[in-house]
Write a protein that binds this ligand. Structure first.
Ligand code: ADP
Length: 491
């Protein structure tokens, strides 16, 4: 099968969060299974060019219709750790992708509407006719809309699978989106059954367009699929999902075990396996040396992730102090885009600077994240909501016991050692709490810390039980291929 992924991220060259990991990991798995995969991305000025091999211009004269005229683009091609990627660079005074950032501009909706249009124009002009186009998140929600409204006569029988990684950001536009992209027909697209936002009658919703027009829609875990339809986590799209429920399901993300694997990880000083955990103990020492933590007999609890409301920052903050109170060490690696949250954690960092049991690293550091996963004993994931969550799955692979809030994909991946009813004791792999108050996270942390201190052999057993889980792309890759086959032949 010939599959083209259109996305705004692909790790490690463009990564703001889990989306990048998914685009890369899924593409690799699909290729391993004998398919041809190509990835179309924006050519950002700030992406990690050192991760692209053989970058060269592949298509120089791409003219993308935009408003009444056309914007000249060049398309570059290169390999990102074995994946064939095409990067679209527009030459216009708007400098859509030369902003020193991936997201966060006032005109993001126009930047990615343009990218979606340019990606389709590139497929059409370069005579690429994939069997399936796989789009991701609001940035590419307009791809199926334009494909089926404007390009279908030129393009043939492409099918579209659309994956929603985060319902919170939906991409809101107005009539200018329609004029710019050539969709036009305001009355038609502003219809409730098409792109009109479910709550704002004057707005177009890109993600809703993606849901309505795609042949199949997925989100990134089965539990989150349920939440999106039945709770406010769908951020207003619950009714749309309900109307389209026969083409909607949750497919749990995988993680790439070529990158996230303590047996082969190049970023950690000591590799280890579940049968020989000596390397993990050495990594703990290396982590302490690197972050200047005191080398004493205490567990290390970590948090890795965006410092954002979604991730439950108030509970992250509380976990730091609760860990210290309970005689554990704490390592945090996180970056905040919101100024208030950033200032808060900068303040905490300064306040805790001389404490030998805690280290807060504020910023994005891929290399350090590997050492933390490998060296820590436990990882907290106290999210308000979590579509899938990768950090708990990576933690499990590295023998770092997850302590998570029971929401979204965390429910599908972490099973409480003491209370889970659906799994046998030998299948349980972490700790789960549900409420957002301090008492809930404290009790889960207390249970984990107590096991570490009082029953070290039982703790080791829990570590190994977590490492036994296979959260690779193996199963999700197979599931996506089944979906592609289904939409090619039946839908
Ligand atoms: P989200 O996509 O909501 O940000 P996920 O848990 O799905 O969260 O994915 C987070 C990914 O980003 C993981 O691979 C994690 O290791 C990585 N990550 C998050 N924050 C940082 C950081 N500050 N430094 C390095 N890696 C990070």
């Amino acid at each position: 099968m010939y599959i083209v992924q259109i996305a705004s991220e692909c790790a490690p060259v463009i990564k703001a969060g889990g989306l990048g990991d998914v685009v890369y990991g899924l593409s690799r798995e699909l290729e391993t299974r004998g398919n041809t995969v190509e990835i179309i991305l924006p050519k950002y000025d700030c992406m990690r060019y050192d991760h692209i091999w053989g970058l060269h211009d592949a298509y120089r004269e791409l003219w993308v219709p935009w408003y009444g005229g056309a914007i000249h683009c060049s398309v570059y091609c290169g390999w990102v750790h074995g994946r064939l990627c095409f990067f679209i660079e527009p030459h216009s005074p708007d400098n859509y992708f030369n902003r020193g950032c991936y997201y966060g501009c006032d005109d993001d909706n126009m930047r990615f509407a343009f990218f979606s249009k340019a990606a389709l124009e590139f497929l059409q002009k370069s005579n690429k006719r994939p069997d399936v186009i796989h789009c991701h998140d609001w940035q590419t929600g307009l791809v199926p809309v334009m494909l089926f409204e404007n390009y279908k006569y030129d393009m043939g029988l492409q099918r579209v699978c659309y994956t929603i990684h985060n319902f919170k950001h939906q991409g809101i536009g107005g009539p200018q989106t329609l004029w710019a992209t050539g969709l036009n027909r305001e009355a038609y697209f502003f219809d409730y059954s098409r792109l009109r936002d479910n709550f704002n009658p004057f707005a177009l919703n890109y993600m809703k367009g993606g849901i309505v027009y795609s042949n199949y829609v997925t989100t990134v875990s089965p539990h989150h699929a349920w939440e999106a339809q039945h709770t406010d986590i769908g951020y207003g799209l619950g009714h749309t999902l309900h109307l389209h429920q026969d083409k909607f399901r949750g497919v749990l993300n995988g993680i790439d075990y070529d990158i996230w694997n303590p047996e082969v990880d190049r970023y950690i000083p000591h590799t280890f396996t579940k049968d020989d955990l000596e390397g993990k103990a050495k990594n703990k020492k290396a982590l302490r040396d690197r972050l200047l933590l005191q080398d004493v007999d205490k567990p290390i609890i970590c948090f890795i992730g965006r410092l954002d409301e979604q991730k439950g920052v108030h509970l992250v903050h509380h976990a730091i102090y609760h860990a210290l109170k309970k005689n554990a060490q704490f390592v945090l690696l996180g970056s905040a885009t919101e100024a208030g949250i950033n200032a808060h954690f900068q303040h905490e960092k300064a306040f805790l600077n001389d404490n030998p049991d805690v280290h807060l690293e504020l910023g994005f550091n891929e290399e350090l994240s590997h050492l933390i996963y490998a060296g820590a004993d436990m990882i907290v994931v106290p999210s308000n909501y979590e579509p899938c969550g990768l950090t708990q799955m990576i933690g499990l692979k590295y023998g770092t016991v997850p302590i998570v809030r029971g929401v979204g994909g965390l429910v599908n991946t972490v099973f409480d050692r003491d209370y889970d009813q659906d799994h046998l004791p030998e299948q349980r792999n972490g700790y789960v709490f549900y409420d957002t108050d301090y008492g809930a996270i404290e009790s889960a942390m207390d249970r984990a810390i107590a096991l570490w201190y009082n029953e070290p052999e039982e703790f080791q057993k829990l570590v190994v039980q977590g490492m036994n889980y296979d959260y690779s792309w193996n199963y999700p890759g197979k599931e996506y291929l089944e979906i592609y086959d289904m939409i090619r032949y039946y839908k």
